[in-house]
Design a protein around this ligand. Structure first.
Ligand code: NAD
Ligand code: ZN
Length: 307
């Protein structure tokens, strides 16, 4: 299939779509200063981030892995949704107002879509502030900063930083059985929740338009949702600064940072650009970026975290 970057054809499909599914990965949050796992930001100290996000790493050094997640928890607290997140939140609002369907599937664990105002969000890989017990079935949300006193000031990413070597008794503990808590995140080598992947696939099967934003499409099974939709003939639009493994399967590829391309491609469709200045004056284009700035209140909607 020839991949297109034609704004007019994409706009026509978006206007007519009744069920839109959006799939996002780490790239959508890159402009909020949250590092992706691949590329320049993919290192913490001298470790590849992907090598710490594994059950094996946690078993052999829970202190080190908690330091890494403590660092990410504290970092995300200080980050805000960018214009890409906000454009997706406006898209959901807009479609909802027209009785159309919107469903967002993310492999991100940062909660920024909800903080931008999206409501129909499925977090396929879990969430940064969710915890679960390694000894019993306890699962919960913990927004404490730091999560335990022993992690205060720890987790600095400098490669020369010595590991904190926190004893297990001082790491986050289960409120029910006292066992060691871990982040409730799907780590590399672990299985996704069966119900979640079933729901994501079902939503993508019903969709008449799929947007895929900021993901390398290499983490399975989430990576196959958009290519499977494309194989069924559903238009898929990719938003990425680069080409991905599956770009050639898709109908559209909009290259560039999603904080710019999403407002540009979505904003024009719903007339966000058309703002009348004064009575009798001709309509003048107004950038969605300006409108988004005015709508920063959206950041405070739908958040499960206290900032
Ligand atoms: N923010 C987060 O929550 C976060 C961050 C890092 C990793 N993770 C976890 O690690 C896994 C990594 O997989 P992944 O494929 O999602 O991410 P990835 O790190 O493998 O890939 C990031 C993708 O985003 C693209 N990208 C980078 N900056 C962009 C921008 N400004 N605009 C558009 N695209 C941009 C890159 O070209 C790349 O394709 C995820 O499943 C997730 O669980 C989450
Ligand atoms: Zn427990």
């Amino acid at each position: 299939m020839k991949v297109s970057a034609c704004r007019a054809s994409f706009s026509k499909i978006l206007k007519e779509a009744q069920k839109v599914v959006v799939i996002t990965g780490a790239g959508v949050s890159a402009e909020s200063n949250i590092p992706t796992f691949r590329g320049a930001g993919g290192y913490w100290r001298r470790y590849e981030a992907t090598s710490l996000a594994t059950p094996g790493a946690f078993r052999s050094d829970p202190s080190l892995v908690w330091e890494f997640y403590h660092y990410r928890r504290e970092l995300v607290r200080k980050c805000f949704p960018n214009n890409g997140h906000k454009a997706l939140a406006l898209l959901e609002q807009k479609l909802e107002g027209e009785n159309k369907d919107f469903f967002l599937i993310t492999t991100n664990i940062d909660g920024l879509h909800q903080r931008a105002g999206n409501k129909n969000v499925l977090e396929l890989h879990g969430a940064l502030y969710n915890v679960k017990c390694t000894a019993c079935n306890y699962k919960g949300i913990n927004n404490d900063s730091p999560i335990v006193p022993a992690l205060e000031g720890k987790g600095l990413p400098d490669p020369k930083q010595a590991p904190a070597r926190i004893p297990v008794k001082d790491l986050p503990a289960c409120p029910e059985c006292g066992g060691l808590l871990r982040p409730d995140i799907v780590w590399f080598g672990e299985n996704l929740d069966h119900g979640a992947i079933k729901k994501a696939s079902q939503k993508a099967e019903e969709a008449d338009l799929v947007l895929i934003v900021g993901t390398t499409s290499v983490v399975y099974p989430a990576a196959m949702i958009a290519p499977n939709a494309a194989n069924r003939g559903v238009p898929v639009a990719e938003f990425n600064i680069d080409y991905s493994n599956h770009t050639s399967d898709f109908q559209f590829h909009f290259q560039g940072p999603s904080g710019t391309t999403l407002p540009k491609m979505l904003g024009s469709v719903f007339g966000f650009f058309r703002v009348r200045r004064r009575k009798n004056s001709p309509p003048r284009g107004k950038s969605l970026t300006k409108i988004l700035k005015k709508r920063t209140y959206i950041e405070n909607l739908g958040t499960s975290l206290s900032f």
